[in-house]
Every structure is written in C-alpha cells, then in structure tokens.
Design a protein around this ligand. Structure first.
Ligand SMILES: Nc1ncnc2c1ncn2[C@@H]1O[C@H](COP(=O)(O)OP(=O)(O)OP(=O)(O)O)[C@@H](O)[C@H]1O
Ligand SMILES: [Mg+2]
Length: 230
C-alpha cells in the first residue's frame, strides 16, 4: 500500500468535515475524488498530502505512521514521495516560473540535475515563453500548469492534484489530463479531486464525499447518474 488513511476525522470547531473515513491507494492506482463544493475534497487531499493533521485516525505512508513526525520529517517525505498540485496553485510570488518549478529539486539539492527536465515540462505545458515571468504576470490557467509542472519535477510516485483542470480551456484541460493519464500509465499513483467528468471516468476508481463520509462510486451509481455532483 502506498498511502492509507484509517478512521480519519477532521473537525473545524464543532463542524465535522470528515467523519471516520478510511481510504487507501496502491502503487500505480488512480482515484478521482468527487463531491460538491464544500464537501471536503481539499481537506482530504491536504490530509493525505501531509499538509493537514486530522483530529483522529492515522495516515500511513508505505506502512509508516505519520503521527508524531516533525514538520521537517514530513516536508522531506512530501518532497521525495509526493507531488501536490494546490487548488489555488500556491506559487511563490517572488520566484520566476522556472524557479518555482525547480524549487522541490533545489530543496533536495538537485536543482542542477533537474534544470533541463523542468524546462522540458514547461515546454510541454506551453509555457516555454513564460519561464522568466513572475506568478502575478500569469493567468489562472497558466499558474495551474506551473503548479502541475512543479509537482512533476521530482518524478514522485504519488501525485495529489486538487482540481488540476480548473480554469483551463478545453484544449489545455485535455492536455493536462493527457499528462496525468500518461503518468498513470507509467505507474504513478494519482489522487485527483475534480469536477471534470471526463477525467474522473478515466481513473481506475471513483469515490465521493458526502456529509463527511466517503463512498466508492459503483458502476450502478454511474448508470443512474450519481456522478453528476462531481
Ligand atoms: N481552516 C478552516 N476553518 C474552518 N472551516 C474550514 C477550513 N477549511 C475548510 N473549512 C470548511 O470545510 C469544508 C470543506 O472544505 P474543502 O475545501 O475541503 O471543500 P471542497 O470539497 O474542496 O470544496 P471545493 O469543491 O469548493 O473546492 C467547507 O465547508 C469549508 O468551509
Ligand atoms: Mg477544494
């Protein structure tokens, strides 16, 4: 098992966002996380991405318990094992596009070795002529592609992407989906929160968050249109 959540609960004040949910993903598997706005998709991804601590329950990465690890230990695990695409991109405003993409490599002491590759990823995303721009000089869709490029540069075995095709026109959304699905074919595990039905349909599994609980969407549910809310 690559990553597991066991009986995870997350509350804000007296509001329960996730209620004792369990979830796991194996190496090379892909899962779409669906559910209406505010249902807890970002909360779940943040917990699985070791960015947010649940109130109760356990997260295991390759069987290792995450509870009690220091921030530095968690950052190192994140940087080596996961690529995270934030819903709001979260680029560093003072760094150029090129430096944002290289940041994970720089943190791991591999900036030089990853330079060519980061440039190639940006080219693939149609951003070759934006390498020296700052984030505030980009459109939402461009920022999102930079955020995806940054998540890919360390070639992680797990990608967590929070609505990666939002703000993109159809052609770009298809291209980003194509890149994600290509990674899936290479054996990278994907957890993708999305409202994009086409992308969701092409994942191995679909789950839906509803009132704090996580449900597997079965073929029967899809037949009767329960995928709609995603
Ligand atoms: N820091 C916080 N403090 C209090 N409530 C929060 C906090 N973060 C999120 N919430 C609440 O948790 C719920 C789930 O939020 P989350 O961002 O996970 O939803 P989502 O499914 O990702 O929605 P969307 O599709 O709009 O991105 C929302 O009702 C939100 O208001
Ligand atoms: Mg969200």
């Amino acid at each position: 098992m690559m990553i597991e959540a066991i009986d995870v609960t997350k509350r804000y004040g007296n509001e329960t966002i996730l209620s004792s949910i369990s979830f796991e993903i194996k190496k090379g598997q892909s899962v779409a996380v669906l559910g209406p706005s505010g249902s807890g998709k970002t909360t779940l991804l943040s917990i699985l991405g070791l960015l947010l601590e649940p109130c109760c329950g356990e997260i295991l990465l390759y069987g290792q318990r995450m509870r009690g690890l220091s921030d530095t230990e968690l950052s190192n695990l994140r940087n080596h094992h996961m690529g995270y695409v934030f819903q709001n991109s979260q680029l560093i405003g003072s760094l150029t596009v090129g430096d944002n993409v290289l940041l994970p490599a720089r943190l791991a002491g591999k900036a030089r070795e990853k330079q060519k590759q980061s440039r190639e990823i940006l080219e693939q995303f149609g951003l070759a002529n934006r390498i020296n721009h700052l984030p505030h000089q980009l459109s939402f869709g461009q920022k999102r592609r930079v955020a995806l490029a940054r998540a890919l540069v360390m070639e992680p075995q797990l990608i967590l992407a929070d609505e990666p095709t939002n703000d993109l026109d159809e052609k770009m959304a298809q291209q980003v989906s194509h890149v994600l699905l290509g990674l899936k074919d290479q054996g990278v595990a994907l957890i993708v929160a999305t409202h994009d039905r086409q992308l969701a349909e092409r994942m191995d599994r679909r789950v839906r968050i509803d009132q704090g609980k996580l449900f597997d969407i079965t073929f029967q549910d899809r037949e009767i249109g329960k995928l709609k809310d995603g």
